[in-house]
Design a protein around this ligand. Sequence first.
Ligand SMILES: Nc1ncnc2c1ncn2[C@@H]1O[C@H](COP(=O)(O)OP(=O)(O)OP(=O)(O)O)[C@@H](O)[C@H]1O
Length: 285
Amino acid sequence: MTTQSTALLAGDTQTDGRSASEPAGRGSVIASARGLVKTYGSGDTAVQALAGIDVDFVRGELTAIMGPSGSGKSTLMHCMAGLDTVTAGTVVIDGEDVGRMNQRQLTRLRRTRLGFIFQAFNLVPTLTAAENITLPLDIARRPVDRTHFDAIVAAVGLAKRLHHRPNELSGGQQQRVACARALVAKPAVIFADEPTGNLDSKSSAELLGFLRRSVDDLGQTVVMVTHDPRAATYAHRVLFLADGLLVGELTNPTQASVLEVLGSLGANDLAADDESGVAATSVGH
Ligand SMILES: Nc1ncnc2c1ncn2[C@@H]1O[C@H](COP(=O)(O)OP(=O)(O)OP(=O)(O)O)[C@@H](O)[C@H]1O
């Protein structure tokens, strides 16, 4: 088992607090956007989803993106991940200018350098959990690093479920398969769009804990869109969008600090998560 894989399971750290497998480059910028504009449609029906965003995502960090409904969170994620074209501006992932890529290069980028986790787990129903996890590598015709695979499967607690098909797994287990699938190719960045949107609070906490450990122990980089202030507390940093603009940022977020910013953005309806134990109205807005 590699040192990195062991660290994911055991959480071993050096005496200075760094992970024993501290990857080179942690803290440097892995993905960035400059002057990012996205307009859907044209003329009278045009909608400006992103109105000029400059943002850097840092290697080895979990960044949450929050904001009111329609503020541009998913659009930002899709543009960063090369899933949608941009109207203006630049997106650079791991040193590569996404806007200059043709479709073939974009597909290759998504397959080999990026991982995705969506609210709807997007597993292939006819494949087993194991086959779903290795699917990105199989499609890219890359070999499976069995040591890494075993470590991820153990860490997400799926060792006894590998031969089950998605309909034989709970929602939480299915999302853990999706999470393992995103991690197995050791991507530069994992983009997660509402990854806990369909999960109960226990499964959400397990998944978020795992995502955070993949960042802390493996140096994985994760960008996650969420409406849930509790989910955002697993992030190192929270970015807030409103009307297609970046309007705020929190480091080391707490539920109260997240709710306070969301309240100031008029997103109380989203922030009033009845399981959070903290009502949006209690922060004085
Ligand atoms: N394919 C599309 N065609 C036209 N307009 C779109 C399209 N996708 C998004 N929009 C619009 O762009 C704006 C931003 O949408 P986006 O989905 O990025 O917001 P969001 O912050 O992720 O919202 P939510 O929290 O509700 O998921 C919205 O006004 C939305 O209606």
